[in-house]
Design a protein around this ligand. Sequence first.
Ligand SMILES: NC(=O)c1ccc[n+]([C@@H]2O[C@H](COP(=O)([O-])OP(=O)(O)OC[C@H]3O[C@@H](n4cnc5c(N)ncnc54)[C@H](O)[C@@H]3O)[C@@H](O)[C@H]2O)c1
Length: 398
Amino acid sequence: MTSKSKTIRIGFIGGGPRAVGLIKTCKTIQGLKITALCDRFIDLANKAAAELGDDEAKVYTDHRRMLREADIDAVYIVVEPENCPDLVIESLDAGKHVLSEVPMSFSLEDIWRIVVAVERTGLKYMLGEEVRYTPFINHWKKLREDGTLGKIVYAEGQYFHGMHDDRYFLDPQTGRRMTIEEAQKHPNPRKSRFWNMGHPILYLPHELSPILRVLNDRVTAVSCMGTNPTQSYVHDFFPRPDLETALMHTAGDTILRLSCCFTVFSASKAITGRHWYNMMGTKGSVETHRSDHDKMKLLIAGPHGNETPEETWWDYDPQTTAAEVLSSGHGGSDYWPVRYFVDSILNDTTPEMDVYKAAESAAPAIIAAQSTERDGIRLEVPDFRPGAHRAVGQHPRE
Ligand SMILES: NC(=O)c1ccc[n+]([C@@H]2O[C@H](COP(=O)([O-])OP(=O)(O)OC[C@H]3O[C@@H](n4cnc5c(N)ncnc54)[C@H](O)[C@@H]3O)[C@@H](O)[C@H]2O)c1
């Protein structure tokens, strides 16, 4: 239940394409007001301000100044993942609640720093991973919880999202995306955030977070393999692996197979077709569609073997779903992280995707990347929750 007595004032750090989309969503959220915007590139900060369309909102190019001067209770951090952890910690230290974009971090040490900072400050931290709230995931969660699927022994997730050729370089003066052709003609093009992602598997949280939400589980061990670690087969200028696939074992004894690839163009251009998920339980299986021409599937085991799968489509009912949900990005999913974050502040509750769930969606991916560099060796994932092994607010090294 949302308390309507207070409005949370939020400032954005980052004014790139993702922030512009999220500003549209935030404008529809009851109990939330964007009062400040910041990007290092003034052109991008101004573009974000034009999207907001509120003359009273302050525009900054220096996030420290925004944290010091702006009238804000919270910060939405929508920057490159490698820049995220420092900004999360600076914002918490400035007394602001934090909603942060996916992935949480590319480094285990930075995850620990964020966990400890959240515990130390007692402020709200939420990861804005939205795929975990899609209607099919909500249905699968119910099917597991009510026993329809039995014990889930196997789950798969893959994110094959070929990137257009304007995703590799930026204009160094304006921050605008440049095509490969434009970059080749430019004297000094700036490399985009993809260059700092040394492994595609690091962008795994959109697969892992929904699967772990259905399972109510965490990963304990990981092994991963990838294609040529120093050369893409798609772009001769891109010294990164095209594809990595991890096997993971959960605390609840489920085996996961998870894959990421962002260079090869997949058959389907539809957003939902870029993600693919499958789960097999002892009583039934569920699967999303393979392409725009396919349906989702539910298969319940019959007394004489498997029955014909039911082809289905788990989605929002447009008659009963609020317009602000339907109009938000990623098929209506972008609404929920913002809604849950604002509610957690208004009602002083734990955010739905709190710092531990965020860590559990990022750390197995980082460890998978480490595994590829060690011939696919099986590696353990640390437990980020406090307990006998670690007191609240204590770094494991202390
Ligand atoms: N949840 C999703 O579905 C989803 C979708 C797209 C992107 N993302 C995530 O959102 C983030 C942003 O994506 P994008 O495509 O807009 O990236 P981008 O690289 O185009 O934009 C990031 C912006 O942050 C700004 N920035 C970085 N550090 C700053 C600082 N200290 N102060 C002010 N501005 C700063 C940069 O100048 C840049 O304009 C990434 O972490 C990405 O992984 C998530």
